[in-house]
Design a protein around this ligand. Sequence first.
Ligand SMILES: Cc1ncc(C[n+]2csc(CCOP(=O)(O)OP(=O)(O)O)c2C)c(N)n1
Ligand code: SF4
Length: 273
Amino acid sequence: MIDLDFGNEIAWCPGCGNFPILKALDEALEEVAVDRRQLVLVSGIGQAAKLPHYTRANVFNGLHGRAVPAAFGIKLANHELEVVIHSGDGDMYGEGGNHLVHAMRRNISVKAFVHNNQVYGLTKGQASPTSDLGMVTKLQVDGVKARPFNPMASAVAADCSFVARAFAGDREHLRQMMAAALRCREGFALLDILQPCVTFNKVNTFKWYRERVRRIDPGHDPYDRAAAFALAEEWGMTIPIGIIYRSQRPGYESQLPVLAQGPLVSQAGPPQA
Ligand SMILES: Cc1ncc(C[n+]2csc(CCOP(=O)(O)OP(=O)(O)O)c2C)c(N)n1
Ligand code: SF4
């Protein structure tokens, strides 16, 4: 058993979808036997981005939208570390969207677990890049006019190594998806986690998701790109959860000859003048 209560007061609302995500992460880390001394949790700003404060690991909590470049820097400095991002849909798909696109394109061997509550929770419920069309908020009083960003289709298009979706209300499945991502040794792993915000999103509730999510048919071949695109496009009365896509592309850092001699942190630097 992992001790989750080590003194930090948890600042999430009672019933928030972040709680089962935190629990599932601890279970998945235990299942895959990740050495926490070798684990770095990286986040930006937001409610989801507070998660690293509530568990035992090395932590880098950076600026809003800047989790990906920080994670990339950590991985390049010491590619023997397990680097896992935990941040929200606003942080990762909005503010940090440009960084995400290039991390997927480069296929950096970092995991990104995105808590997707379809709003900006910390700043009180404005629409985020994944808010559905027509969603009314205190800021978008006439409803959202922009088509939502589709993280799964974008990740398939970028041919990154691991693309999956899970739901905070199905913790057993979420743990399985986290464990599968953690076992992915090469390349970028994007796990989009549907995470109800019980305070500011009264539309996409636990009930709303439960009525729609369905586990992907075990017969789905994640290496079939066309089939993966079709699943990634599904969002409506059914929302598929599970592994949508996998590729066997090498991770970015495995192509850097300098890293073949060992992690940069343990290599001697250039001679001093
Ligand atoms: C450069 C910058 N712009 C805006 C903000 C304000 N801000 C803080 S958190 C946040 C949104 C967080 O939303 P999300 O990533 O979806 O996380 P959640 O709180 O929903 O978990 C915003 C806009 C900021 N801190 N820095
Ligand atoms: S505002 Fe929403 S996302 Fe933030 S802690 Fe409360 S329920 Fe969770």
